[in-house]
Every structure is written in structure tokens, then in C-alpha cells.
Design a protein around this ligand. Structure first.
Ligand SMILES: Cc1cc2nc3c(=O)[nH]c(=O)nc-3n(C[C@H](O)[C@H](O)[C@H](O)COP(=O)(O)OP(=O)(O)OC[C@H]3O[C@@H](n4cnc5c(N)ncnc54)[C@H](O)[C@@H]3O)c2cc1C
Length: 285
């Protein structure tokens, strides 16, 4: 593999990384686990003068409970899949991270890298959307927080400005009794990108009426999606067979898939309906 020449910097604090980002501007390419970055370099899709690695910043690797869950941007998928701290608040996210690619990909790839890459086929992103996660972003003007649902703007395009880095993801503590379901459905190998990924979070009151619903979808649009129309149908209702069927159809209707080795656009849309229906139907009342 031949890569173009570049300088390499490895700041050890967030402040240093933000200062470097500001100083180098478009000459810098931020690197976390490097899985996507190496492809960008190898294919000459990016020609940075300097690669700025975030790997030596301990604060970015930390996973901590602080009311909700704060996940440092460079926590790896493997670390999150086995983290008891993460599981105590966000078992849905741990499950999603455990299904990313192969063990080697999970060991190298980071949650922040997956989110910042902005790939519609990310498996953790639907889980983060179903958990109502926020991005915590650092830049020269300080820190800002952005709901993840506003972070994904288009294919491989996010709301991160050129002088900012993602420092963490915040997952709020779910309401008591909230139920979660996740599926990464692949038509080929379990290590391949999905045909469709579905993450569901449902809260019901004592009478079984749905008080909150969030459905995240992956691999069925240029960005990870929230199936808002489906959520609206569930909220305020019991999860009857009819309501579940209507919500599953609404989820499929909000997709905009493309065809690939993982399935045709039609198949992906159909499987979205199938999996949203199945995940909702299997939740005990
Ligand atoms: C063979 C293979 C199989 C895969 N299979 C799957 C799969 O099944 N499911 C799945 O979900 N994903 C899969 N992936 C994608 C992989 O999970 C992501 O590419 C990976 O998580 C990206 O993380 P990274 O740390 O390597 O990011 P990097 O490659 O380091 O960075 C990705 C992008 O984000 C930017 N960036 C990274 N971190 C930050 C930050 N903190 N602040 C600002 N910008 C940042 C970089 O500049 C770059 O543009 C696969 C990838 C490969 C190569």
C-alpha cells in the first residue's frame, strides 16, 4: 500500500489538538483509529500536509457515568462492547458496537471516528440516535453540544466545522423500564456492512401505553436516520399488532436506500419493515 507523504503530529491534550486544528486549517486531517483515514490517503481522496492523531489523548478514551454516559470520542468499538460502565446506561450501544465488522475492525475503529465519518451504514449510529445521544464538540470558541440527529447532514457530511473536533458523545440515562432492541441484518457475512440496521428504544407507562419511542436506522439512506413518522404512530398508543404494522410500514417509507452487494434498494426497504415489525413485536408487554 502506498500512501502520500505527510507530517505526523500527536497532541496529548484536547486543547493542543484544537490549537493544531486551528493553526493547520485545511492542511490537517484528524485521525482516530485510522480505518477510514488510511483509505482516504491511499485513494488520494485527501492530501493533507499533516495527519493529527488523537490516539495519545487519554481524556478522549474515557467512558464515565455522569448522570448519563460520557463516551470519549476515541473509545474503540471493542472497548465499548465489553464496557460494564457503558452497559449500565446504554446496553443498546454496547450491542451495536459488538456487531461492527470483525474483531480487528472493532479493536481499531473508534465510536467518534464512526460518527465523524458520517457513513449512513454505521451500526453504532442508529443505536446512538435511538438513545437520543448528543455530540460534544470542541473548537476555538469553546465547547458546544449538538443532538446527534442534527449532526448527520448528508453522505459522509456532518455538522462538524473545519476547526472543530468531536471530543465525546453523551447518552442520557433512559427512563426506568425503557426497552431496547437491536439488529444488524446482513444478507452476506456477519462481518460485512449491513443490509439494514435497526435500533429501537420504547418506554411504556403502567397501562402499556407508549410514552416515548425512538427508532434509528442504518444502511438505508445516505445518513443514519430517525424514523420519525413511525415513532409518532407508536407514541400515545399500545403496541397492538395493527399499530406495530403501521409503524413498520412508516419506517420503511422514510428510507432512501441504494442497491449494493448487501441487497437491492427494494430489498433493503422491505427488510426495514420486516425488522422494525419483528423488534417491536418481540418486546414483552
Ligand atoms: C473492512 C472494514 C469493515 C467495516 N465494517 C463495518 C461494519 O460492519 N459496521 C460499521 O458500523 N462500520 C464498519 N466499518 C467502518 C468502521 O467502523 C469505521 O470506519 C470506523 O469506526 C471509523 O473509526 P476510526 O476511528 O478508524 O476513524 P478514522 O478513520 O480515524 O476517522 C474517520 C473520519 O472521521 C474524522 N475523525 C475521526 N475522529 C474524529 C474526531 N474525534 N473529531 C473530528 N474528526 C474525527 C477523520 O478525519 C476521518 O474523516 C468497517 C471498516 C472497514 C475498513
Amino acid at each position: 500500500m502506498s500512501l502520500p507523504g505527510f507530517d505526523y503530529r500527536a497532541p496529548v491534550t484536547i486543547e493542543e489538538a484544537v490549537a493544531l486544528r486551528l493553526e493547520l486549517g485545511a492542511d490537517a486531517l484528524i485521525m482516530a483509529g485510522g480505518l477510514a483515514v488510511v483509505v482516504l490517503l491511499r485513494e488520494r481522496l485527501a492530501r493533507p500536509a499533516v495527519v493529527v492523531s488523537l490516539s495519545d489523548i487519554p481524556e478522549l478514551q474515557a467512558v464515565a457515568v455522569n448522570g448519563g454516559l460520557r463516551i470519549g470520542a476515541t473509545a474503540t468499538h471493542a472497548a465499548l462492547a465489553r464496557s460494564k460502565t457503558a452497559r449500565s446506561i446504554a446496553p443498546l450501544l454496547c450491542e451495536a458496537c459488538g456487531h461492527v465488522g470483525s474483531p480487528a475492525i472493532r479493536n481499531m475503529g473508534t465510536l467518534g471516528g464512526s460518527v465523524c465519518h458520517g457513513d449512513g451504514a454505521s451500526d453504532p449510529a442508529p443505536a446512538l440516535l435511538a438513545l437520543d445521544a448528543e455530540a460534544i464538540i470542541a473548537g476555538p470558541r469553546g465547547e458546544r453540544r449538538l443532538p446527534l440527529v442534527k449532526f448527520f447532514l448528508g453522505a459522509l457530511t456532518t455538522a462538524l466545522n473545519g476547526d472543530e473536533i468531536l471530543v465525546a458523545l453523551h447518552v442520557p440515562r433512559p427512563a426506568a423500564g425503557t426497552q431496547f432492541r437491536f439488529i444488524k441484518y446482513t444478507a452476506t457475512s456477519a462481518e460485512a456492512f449491513s443490509t439494514v440496521t435497526v435500533a429501537v428504544s420504547i418506554t411504556r407507562d403502567g397501562a402499556g401505553v407508549c410514552s416515548n419511542a425512538r427508532i434509528g436506522l442504518g444502511s438505508v439512506a445516505p445518513t443514519p436516520l430517525r424514523a420519525r413518522a413511525a415513532e409518532d404512530l407508536l407514541r400515545g398508543n399500545k403496541l397492538t399488532r395493527e399499530i406495530i404494522a403501521a409503524a413498520a410500514a412508516a419506517a420503511a417509507a422514510c428510507t432512501n436506500p441504494s442497491s449494493s452487494a448487501q441487497g437491492s434498494a427494494e430489498y433493503r426497504r422491505d427488510m426495514t419493515e420486516v425488522w422494525v415489525r419483528r423488534l417491536l413485536a418481540e418486546m414483552p408487554a
